[in-house]
Write a protein that binds this ligand. Structure first.
Ligand code: HEM
Length: 520
């Protein structure tokens, strides 16, 4: 007996055990692979594209990284071939039937965000956008919601209009310089400056003022680099966790120089948060009304015995608002201007509507007046349809009761996803979906299919926090542009309507235009 025990111990502790570890791991990976491909897998009954790299996590890497952010276009194509419910990953079903959008994304918090997908994107920040637990999320969202409500937009309208006017001056200035030097105006960059100036002014109470001070700030290259990195972020998730524990100063030495502005931004948010926290400790919390109209003041004002705002939280909310709001809005504006630049009839209709609404010129522009203009609104919606700021899939976890989808059952714990791009290209809802046609939005009602299925800001419990701000920005920026200027593509233009999905939308190239200023 002693002999046997000795032998077992020797076997367990012997050096050969270590050689079993990789063999065991490899066997586990192969067994899992076989299981995923076998008819025993609960999702095996759903049609799946043959080309889907044997159902591994790497298929997304292949389609998004090797094919440069085109996974969503492959998904669209597979739906055309295989039907409205398809399997797009080992444990994920993608749905293109619009009647499921409310089930998966509507009110109720039943379909929770998929952690594997969101964690690596949203990283280490302590913010509404990074919270998964339902009660905690609901509470946090209720704290930040007031800053982005319609009434808050009305209160802070001046921030939007001031930067709108700066944008108009910048286009005017650059068009004069361009006429003298024969160069084009980089409108996509000016929209980038405008979007960053508005968000920073609105959320932080002090704008970056890129339009007036630095139109070539490192910030722009940094955000572009982040967008390039997002599709591969999930493959570095285990590397990210230890990196994120490091202090910002140390991280700055480790990351590529293009990404440093992101850490600068985090530091900048920290400095602003400290100012507000200092005011609070000096017995002067947020009594000035204007202090509450920033993200920092809004969070501090929500303090209760059971909720203590922290510096961490203030930085997290401030940084994610900028991250979520800048890239989406600036590319949407760019795509809109591109559509008008290549279509003189659309541009003329926009200008005429604006000239009638604001006969004295851009000084009359207000957010609410712009949002009442039917053609401008239709134009904004059509842009959001063809180029939604977050075009790809938003995976959610199936709740305990499971989901029956076209007579097939998806068990709890598996993922379901839908994509704005696939929804917006549905020809039953949007005839000739590839055509840019703002008139499809004229004379619609909120309950019409066209309106109900525009999901650029998602819906329900986890829809876009900045929806009202984004809509106000899109309407006013385009009003300032088309009330004042007639634009056309410049010979140096490199932008096409094409875009890629790197969680947020990114268009190819830069929009270079020539602009002629109207005299009235
Ligand atoms: C055209 C502009 C925009 C589009 C198309 C857009 C779209 C979206 C979408 C689809 C989501 C849901 C994402 C998901 O479920 O994974 C979202 C979330 C979010 N958006 Fe926007 N967005 C835009 C502008 C803005 C702006 C200006 C802000 C400024 C504050 C903002 C802040 C956020 C935040 C913080 C979230 C996370 C909300 C949460 O998890 O509770 N977005 N956005």
């Amino acid at each position: 007996m002693e002999m046997i025990t000795h032998q077992v111990r020797a076997w367990l502790l012997g050096p050969h055990l270590f050689s079993y570890i990789p063999i065991c791991y490899l066997s586990f990976v192969i067994a899992r692979w076989i299981y995923r491909l076998s008819p025993l897998h609960p999702l095996a009954k759903f049609p799946a594209p043959k080309s889907l790299l044997c159902m591994s996590q790497w298929s997304e890497f292949y389609y998004n990284v090797i094919h440069h952010g085109r996974f969503v276009f492959f998904i669209e194509q597979w739906h055309k071939e295989l039907g409205p419910i398809i399997r797009i990953g080992p444990d994920e079903i993608h749905i293109s039937d619009p009647s499921f959008y409310n089930i998966c994304y509507g009110p109720g918090h039943k379909y929770i965000r998929d952690k594997d997908f969101y964690d690596p994107i949203l990283g280490r920040l302590n913010a509404t956008a990074t919270i998964f637990g339902v009660p905690e999320y609901k509470h946090r969202r209720s704290i930040v919601n007031p800053l982005f409500s319609k009434s808050s937009i009305r209160k802070l309208e001046d921030v939007i209009l001031t930067h709108g006017r700066a944008f108009k001056r910048a286009v005017s200035e650059e068009s004069k310089a361009a006429q003298a030097g024969g160069k084009g105006i980089c409108l996509s960059r000016l929209f980038g400056c405008l979007a960053a100036d508005i968000i920073s002014g609105y959320v932080y109470g002090s704008s970056f003022n890129f339009l007036e001070t630095n139109r070539d700030a490192d910030f722009f290259e940094c955000i572009a680099a982040v967008a390039r990195f997002l599709p591969i972020a999930s493959y570095f998730r285990y590397l990210q966790a230890p990196l994120f524990l490091l202090p910002v100063a140390v991280l700055k030495r480790l990351v590529p120089s293009t990404l440093r502005s992101l850490l600068d931004l985090e530091e900048y948010c920290g400095i602003l948060a400290d100012k507000y926290l200092d005011r609070r400790t000096s017995g002067n919390p947020t009594e000035k009304p204007e202090h509450q109209t920033t993200i920092f003041g809004t969070i501090l004002a929500a303090e209760t015995p059971s909720f203590k705002p922290t510096r961490d939280m203030m930085i997290g909310e401030a940084a994610t608002s900028l991250g979520a709001g800048y890239h989406t809005t600036s590319w949407t504006l760019t795509r809109a201007a591109y559509a008008a630049a290549i279509n003189p009839t659309i541009q003329q209709t926009l200008h005429e509507e604006l000239a009638t609404a604001f006969p004295e010129g851009t000084s009359e522009i207000t957010v609410s007046a712009c949002e009442k203009l039917p053609y401008l609104t239709a134009f904004v919606k059509e842009t959001l349809r063809v180029a939604p700021g977050v075009p790809g899939r938003l995976p959610r976890t199936v709740p305990p009761e499971g989901l029956v989808c076209h007579q097939k059952f998806i068990p709890s714990g598996y993922k379901v996803s839908m994509s704005a791009h696939v929804m917006h290209q549905n020809p039953q809802i949007y005839p000739n979906p590839t055509e840019f046609n703002p008139t499809r939005w004229l004379n619609t009602t909120p309950s019409s299919e066209v309106e109900k299925n525009l999901v650029a800001f998602s819906k329900g419990s986890r829809n876009c926090l900045g929806f009202n701000l984004a809509m106000a920005e899109l309407h006013t920026a385009l009003a300032f542009l088309f009330r004042r200027f007639k634009i056309s593509l410049h010979k140096d233009n490199t932008l096409t309507g094409e875009w890629v999905d790197s969680y947020v939308i990114t268009l190819h190239g830069q929009l270079m235009i020539s602009a002629e200023e109207y005299s009235d």
